[in-house]
Design a protein around this ligand. Structure first.
Ligand code: SME
Length: 155
């Protein structure tokens, strides 16, 4: 079983050193990358001048900018809801950064009561992410929202 509570604690402990979003999200993507099996990308897209700009991540090179409302990431942000996509080929408008990706989970991140970005995790396996993963990742996102200073974002 994936220990999401431990990951959330590690992320909060690392954020005690500096709360700025760059180091916190960089270390969070590393914690997720090390802690999750069968994934090929883990990272963040953050609002920047009205669209999403890629932030800290682990994995292969990724799309730099995503419009709000586009792809899984932009849709999750626009709807302000978590999206668990069992088969990315069945999601209209899915943006394929890595053709190996088969399933994906995206969760919005909030600051000051509004969604300011998303956590995105991809897998080369169809249906990789379960309800339990979604619940655990929501715990990780809550820790990030408590720990991170997003004030340097260019929203
Ligand atoms: N698949 C995402 C794009 C980001 S990459 O997966 C890293 C989407 O459809 O929004």
């Amino acid at each position: 079983m994936t220990d999401y509570t431990l990951m959330a604690k590690q992320i909060e402990a690392l954020a005690e050193i500096d709360r700025d979003f760059v180091p916190v999200l960089a270390n969070a993507s590393a914690v997720l990358w090390q802690g999750l099996e069968r994934i090929n990308w883990a990272g963040f897209y953050l609002l920047d001048g009205g669209s999403l700009l890629v932030g800290p991540f682990q994995g292969k090179t990724a799309c730099v900018r995503i419009e709000v409302g586009k792809g899984v990431c932009g849709t999750a942000l626009a709807r302000d809801e978590a999206l668990r996509v069992e088969d990315v080929h069945a999601f209209p408008g899915h943006i394929a950064c890595d053709s190996a990706s088969r399933s994906e989970i995206v969760l919005p991140l909030h600051s000051g009561g509004r969604a300011v970005g998303v956590l995105d995790i991809d897998s080369p396996e169809t249906g990789r992410f379960t309800e339990e993963d979604e619940a655990g990742l929501k715990e990780v996102v809550k820790a990030l929202e408590r720990a991170t200073d997003f004030s340097r974002l260019r929203i």
